[in-house]
Design a protein around this ligand. Structure first.
Ligand code: ZN
Length: 65
């Protein structure tokens, strides 16, 4: 894995995202827990709701170059 990719993943893991939570039934901040899968132009993360702790997967599409 290239350095830029590692940096990208590291930045994503440190960030939070506003995502709909099934338990809270509203958009809440979700923290990145881990990378589930790497695809050619997307990364699937395991996300955890910072309000109730419910976990969900989340696909982040990378901008095409
Ligand atoms: Zn929640």
């Amino acid at each position: 894995m290239k350095d830029e990719e590692m940096e990208f993943l590291q930045e994503q893991l440190e960030a939070t995202e506003l995502l709909p939570c099934a338990s809270c039934q509203q958009e809440t901040l979700h923290a990145h827990v881990e990378v589930l899968e790497r695809y050619a132009h997307a990364t699937e993360f395991l996300m955890e709701c910072t309000a109730c702790g419910t976990r969900r997967s989340w696909m982040l599409l990378e901008t095409a170059e």
